[in-house]
Design a protein around this ligand. Sequence first.
Ligand SMILES: [Zn+2]
Length: 357
Amino acid sequence: MRVRVHLRSPGRVDGVVRDIVDGRWAEPEGIAEQTLGEKSIALPGLVDSHAHFAAPIGKDWQSDDYEEAVGRARQAVLAGVLLALDKGWSNLHTIRLIEEVAPHLRPEVEAAGIINAVEGGYWPDFARELTSATFEEGIRRSADEGKGWVKLIGDWPRRGQGPVVNFDEDQLRRAVELASESGSKVAIHTMAREAPSLAVEAGVHSIEHGLFLSRNDLVPLGERAGMWVPTIIRTEAVVQQLGPESSGGKLLLEGLENVRELMPEAAEAGVNLLAGTDVTVGAHDVALEASRMVEYGLPVPLALRAVSWDGYTATGRSTGYEPGEEANAVLFPNDPLDDISVLRHPELVIRAGRVIS
Ligand SMILES: [Zn+2]
């Protein structure tokens, strides 16, 4: 059966028309048995740029159920999340699901393997704990096991000391070199003051949380089209866990104010500002993060880029429904530029050529 899809982008009157042939976009030809999207607004997909499919949402994080991870990936597709950048975990469930689960049952996924930290520099018994002696070997291994990403924990609070940096700038630079040798990118978790600038200086590809990125960091990060994934919903949840009056909570609230100020400037500087869920809400809820970015003062067009197109372009993908490319799209009943909350309610999802409603 020939399915024809009208793909009209937000804010546009016209659009492109494509047929789905063998799971791929094709120029329309002949008569279609089914025509979709004539009244819809299309995006190439929602993108969660900080997912953890292996992470139980709102449950014991040490839970280790592979089938649940597969279920979360499936749930993401149903919600229109067609690309996810999984930033690693304590196991390799996401790597396994990329290899085992058919494309239409999961988003397209890039993923880090086991997260890298140092002793005392993350949750106990969770990450690969590197020492200066095992650093290079650990990063190489991480790049080998991952699907395109190596994840580092850049800073972590120590009792009585506040946040401490896990890696110095030379190590970060070396991590970028080693990862690049196998075509991988480096993502760094940072919620404190010192690590963002070190990471930007060292060429790290993606700053996760990045609450204390500075104005001075935006120019070099933007010049190399680096990524920043602020994860506002996640950070707010950590504030609640710590208590807004605790020293940690106060620091994060200060960081969130910095995020509020810097997001529009980051986009202006050419930084790929991206929406990511982390572990408070699942990848299927990344539209909530885009709405939260808007509530933080980010103009709707920029939030829309952050949860869709920029995730594609930042990772070297096209967004133009080009003939020959795998057919992926999400259709919405209204224009998200008018009301971004419509992103939570796709009317139709096309993943790997299959129409899922
Ligand atoms: Zn995370």
